[in-house]
Design a protein around this ligand. Sequence first.
Ligand code: DGJ
Length: 722
Amino acid sequence: MPAPDTAVSSAPLTGAAAGGVVHLRRGGTSVVVDLAADTPAIVHWGEDLGDAPAATLTSLAVAARLQRVSGGLDETARLGVLSTAASGWLGTPALEGHRDGQSVSARFALAGAHVTDHELQLDFTDHETELTARVELSVGAAGLVRTRVVVRNEADAPYTVQALHATLPLPWDATEIFDTTGRHLRERSGQRHALTFGTHLRESRRGRPGADGTLLLAAGTPGFGFERGRVHGIHLGWSGNQRAFAERVPTGESFLGAGELYAPGEIRLGRGEQIASPVLFGSWGEGLDDLAARFHAEWRARPQHPKRPRPITLNTWEAVYFDHSLPKLTALADAAAALGVERYVLDDGWFRARRDDTAGLGDWTVDAGVWPEGLHPIADHVVDLGMEFGLWFEPEMVNPDSDLARQHPDWLLRGRVDLPPSARQQQVLNLAHPEAYAYIAGAIGAILDEYPISYIKWDHNRDLVDAAAGPGGAALVHAHTLAVYRLIDELKATRPGLEIESCASGGARVDLGMLDRTDRIWTSDCLDPVERLENQRHTALVVPPEMMGMHLTTPHVHSTGRTVSLSMSGAVALFGHFGIEWDVTNLSEADAAAVAEWVALAGRVRPLVATGRVVNVDVADPGLDVRGIVAADAASAFFTIAQTQTLISSPTGRVRMPGLAPDRSYRVRIVTPGGIVQDPAQSPLGWAHHDTVLTGRQLAVVGVRPPVQNPQQATVVEVTAA
Ligand code: DGJ
């Protein structure tokens, strides 16, 4: 049952509303809300409309209203901020619910509005169903919109909420959809199609967004790309079940919407209780990079955003998997420190009975067989080498083969007598169960108290299936998700400086609900840089790059069997939170020197990664990937030119490097560790051996000839103000 938070108040219209029309303007975005008509509605979201006179705003609102047409209702209903079926709205409603099958017909009247420069709060009542509601909408400093809907039960009889959505309208000419799908090892692959009449619905019933979940649901003018084309998109800040949709209705409106996906009876409000939809974020831009920049700027401005330079990380997983031994892990720490690594993360395999993935989850004490002196020898060694020590946990999961499951079978989420189908031989701990919660909080706390741990890799390796409070019990994904948030928040609050990485079989729980309380995500279990290109490009549409874990991998990639060059691996990991995941204890001297060079380059690039603007270049040949990170003051930039397959032409067309100051001059140099890619049969690449100085405009409009490369090779270019 959701806990009541602040009450929905009724209040008269206050603040900057002109003639019943509210204009919120900030960071290049305008939102215009018509309060005068029956159903308050957003009549514009997107480009800044300037300092519009009040009369024109009223006209704008009037100009958006709909005519009555044949075959329709006598008053054509439009998309409002709280449209329900009873108001005549025939699209997806904002709220659906009932009192044990009764009181199904909610219809809200505006009771009050509070407006400040950047925020609007609308209060609604429905005397017949005895519900009140609130719609909150704000525009952030970079023009990112946040909105959510809150509904509250004012009657004695419980009210079951079936669906609660926030929506944002689209321009009518936004007729092409972009969203993401995927699977384990291939999260956030893009898909595009027409926004036709009807609903394009994306749901997750996995208890997490899922590897196939859409991080961004966007719609724009046909053919929009990263650099151009008007596009609007939404993201739901929630880590549990969810739905997002793009809808086009035959009354000339299209819109984006999203909310939590509730199981039957999951949200049942007693008198005075309320439920809030997760925050729906809306961004728009000329091209997807512009849209992404609003997310990045506002996420970085949060007080809890990780601001110190992101420590170069070594994760032990692909180096040793479950094969934990002190000599091996000590040697790995030595090798890492010598390469310039700053944080060493001991992954899965350190706790009781965890010799493989069939047992141990839930028993969070150090395995005395493998670690007779506890983790002290390795943790102390890492710290003595000057690195931070991080440790892997999977707090929400339990192997049936564990003392925890044997002693407390009632602590596992299940809706029936039989356990839900297992995944990776594991089940889910019911964190909404107070004793289970206290146990896991205490177990993690004890390990953190004993060892110098400044970083947790928080994993989550299965979908929630049939997640209920016990045989015949109530659905619990909502409550479980809130409990996970609470656990993380409490750990962070009581241990200042502790950083947490959110991992879910790689990137199956990537959302701004989780990222509001953690410091980075593990972007994908697939370390293959060729595969990572698309994954990282699409993840960065919402997630600031410094929050995305990107690791240099072994040349013989484990997850795909592909062989990649170090230049490819390094270049693809460069524009994120850089790390290494590879057994670097046996490198040749030359390879160790090359890896150290990549680490040093990552150290030079990271200030830009943390503050700069991500640019993705729309390139003509699908075998070539060009992207960059441009300093906020446009004084410098780095670009990577990565080749995934042979190109149709060789040598090929010039690549542009946009985003710099048009009239400024820049020196352009290749800085790939290991030097310029050069086949003996080729003549040298002219500009790379010349003092090449170009203006920002020349770089953006014309560009330079990329080096002739083989597939799985890449080049790094540094651009500095001349
Ligand atoms: C899945 C993660 O994504 C991996 O990085 C690793 O931590 C394993 N789990 C460990 O079991």
